[in-house]
Design a protein around this ligand. Sequence first.
Ligand code: PA5
Length: 423
Amino acid sequence: MITIDTEKVSPHLQEKDIAGRMPAAIEALDSLLEKRGPGAGMLGWLDLPHMSEREIDELADTGKAIREENDCLVVVGIGGSYIGARAAIEALPFEAGFPVYFAGNNLSPVYLDALLSRLDGKKFTICVISKSGTTTEPAIAFRLLKRKLIETFGPDAIKNRIIAITDPAKGALREMATKEGWKTFSIPPDVGGRFSILSPVGLLPCAAAGIPVKGMLAGALGALETFIRSSGTNDALRYAVVRSLLHDRGTKIEVLSTFHPELAMICEWWKQLAGESEGKDGKGLFPASTIMTTDLHSLGQFLQEGARDILETFLVAKHPLRDLTIPSDQQDLDNLNYLAGRSVSEVNAKAFEGTRSAHEAGGLPVITIEVPSITPDTVGALFVFFEIVVSVTGRLLGINPFDQPGVEEYKTRMFKLLGKPGA
Ligand code: PA5
């Protein structure tokens, strides 16, 4: 379902270099599957695609009930407790028909105020997601949204309009949910935020939006089975090896480029996954993204002729689910009739091919990741594929891909500035 073309890194890496590091990648994969090595206690994400029918049905049924009883859902969360759900929902516009709004992923009063106004007169449910249950951004948004619920429906009605997704036993959100009697789903303790898209964290908002979560999980399971094979045909391992070798030889940035704007948030999800997992101990490829063709009219210049310390990875869907034919024009004043009768997708595909060969000629190592179409199963597959690649790369770089000690620094300083008791 996912194919990866690493042929175009050949001017930068020899086949023997890749083969030389493959045993280390296989050992890295084995350490993940055997749940050993740094971060061994946070490998529960490998089990998520095996979710039971009962759990899947409960998520799907809850999502259906949210859709039937409301005008919209507000999902409150940040980082791994937010971005995967948004990525899937935006990638699948033909599946997701029910409005899902996101809050708690910033501290902008303008954003929050606009959201609160948008909820005027609407029937809505809040899904508040936080593993720790104490993260400042979602906690502030949740307070404001809870007040809106009370103002709109009265204090007694809110019990059935809040769903909390959090740690099964501890944290402020779990305590509140237990005390108030809200419906809850659990985030497995051995699953870190950025690896939680295939847990209720990502699946409940997707189910509410109308995405068949069974399909997403089936795609994820297929990818898991394909990419945990230790054989030479495992392209996830090969991609991880290429990334780590280029890193060691001076590549500093990996740009994920796509010609499908609906994948923009998938790129953001990948940036969070790769950035928070690999960027530590002075190591890691800085993850960036471009959305084409719009970025060909901005960052394209840099990719073509700027600093040559970039790996460019193209994320491609071969067959778009919708297409349009370019009309003919009698006057042809725009000289576009040579394209009349051809599809927009064909032009997009040629733009991709032309860009890839131009950037390759410009001296960038180039990788292509391709899925047949953007569907629930391929989106699920992409999540697992990237999780494996990032985890194996982390092991090859000699860091723990499953912690994020660096994110505490801003919090410590912010709390001090805010006068938080005990800060
Ligand atoms: O990947 C991570 O662990 C983080 O991005 C967290 O998901 C993010 O900080 C939110 O944490 P929490 O779910 O505890 O509110």
